[in-house]
Ligand binder design. Structure first.
Ligand code: NAP
Ligand code: GLV
Length: 329
């Protein structure tokens, strides 16, 4: 009998066709609206595979109903939306989509850095609103990028791709990572720093590490107070890494100069969120990996993981969990 796969969002036809060659496919029919929780809880009861997005919380409640589930294939590299330990205990494989989105996300991160530094969005809004008076010496002046110091927190795939872009702008690059990577220091020409020193010395601080409970509000009031008044915070990792209340205060009071944010503690960001009242913040709707090729590449990788696992082969990109200190997938 064919395995059944549930997809939590309407995906492009080529992905559905690929999966339909092997499986009975069920799919939530909306492209821009997440599957309602009660529907997910019902669908999960009878399926063997789940393809989900980062907007779906695959927690213990969902997993406790997933009696026949063998694989959860997340269309994202970050997997903080999934209770990976609970899945592992139930023998359910979890996969993600690393690598295929690295360069595209690094591009967007650098775009956000440049837009925040040079006030691209507020300057453009001024023109569109008919408020452009005359060329004046200090209007719309921003911060230099070339030759400045970039501090990267989390030197993984995307962090490393960011270094290559920064080097093209003659930036001096510092990094903090939970494990020091001395081979990368030599190869990329970067310097390791403890978190406090990195925050004190950087002109730009980019968050490029995964979110977990241990790093909730890694950047809070105290960390922001260590940064230069001219510094810019860029977050394309996950919203929960930053205490948004503390960030709002720091931006409003001129403790730091600007921020560029692609991710938020609550997504979609509510329109009455205080951060949206500030002109020194560039906000984007979580579009780090959003190029046509990359998003299709992510969906294909998620589908290929599904095909492999349900056909008895190894997953291509498994997420490792640890049970009693032993890594499993
Ligand atoms: P990755 O290759 O796994 O890199 C993550 C890096 O962070 C690793 O070097 C890791 O260190 C380090 N790290 C983990 N926990 C840490 C901690 N507590 N303190 C300091 N460093 C820590 O992941 P990636 O592919 O670069 O992706 C990074 C994150 O970007 C994803 O998890 C996701 O949340 C986010 N992302 C966002 C978008 C978007 O659309 N905005 C797109 C793609 C990714 P080790 O080497 O010691 O493991
Ligand atoms: C996007 O945020 C991802 O983790 O892929």
């Amino acid at each position: 009998m064919k395995n059944t796969v549930y997809i939590t969002r309407k995906l492009p036809e080529e992905i559905v066709n690929k999966l339909s060659c092997y499986f009975h496919v069920r799919m939530w029919g909306e492209e821009n609206i997440p599957v309602p929780r009660e529907i997910l809880l019902k669908e999960i009861e009878n399926v063997n595979g789940l393809i989900c997005l980062l907007t779906d919380q695959i927690d213990n409640e969902v997993l406790s109903k997933a009696k026949h589930l063998k694989i959860i294939s997340n269309i994202a590299v970050g997997y903080n939306n999934i209770d990976v330990q609970s899945a592992a205990k139930r023998g359910i494989i979890v996969t993600n989509t690393p690598g295929v989105l690295t360069e595209t996300t690094a591009d967007l991160t650098f775009a956000l850095l440049m837009a925040s530094a040079r006030r691209v969005v507020s300057a453009s809004d001024t023109l569109r609103n008919g408020e452009w008076g005359a060329w004046s010496l200090m209007e719309f002046t921003g911060q230099d990028i070339y030759g400045a110091t970039l501090g990267i927190i989390g030197l993984g795939r995307i962090g490393e791709a960011l270094v290559k872009r920064a080097k093209g702008f003659d930036m001096n690059v510092l990094y903090y990572n939970r494990t020091r990577k001395q081979d990368k220091e030599l190869e990329l020409g970067i310097r390791y720093m403890d978190l406090k020193s990195l925050l004190q010395q950087s002109d730009y601080v980019c968050l490029m590490l995964p979110y977990s409970a241990e790093v909730h509000h890694l950047i809070g009031r105290e960390e922001l107070s260590l940064m230069k008044k001219s510094a810019i915070l860029i977050n394309t990792a996950r919203g929960g890494l930053v205490d948004e209340g503390a960030l709002y205060d720091a931006l409003r009071n001129g403790e730091i100069w600007a921020a560029g944010l692609d991710v938020f503690e609550q997504e979609p960001l509510p329109l009455d969120h205080p951060l949206l009242s500030l002109s020194n913040v560039v906000t984007l709707p979580h579009i780090g990996s959003a190029s046509v090729n990359t998003r299709l590449g992510m969906a294909h990788l998620a589908a290929d993981n599904m095909v492999n696992v349900l056909n008895g082969d190894e997953p291509i990109t498994p997420v490792l969990a640890s049970i009693n200190g032993i890594e499993v997938n």
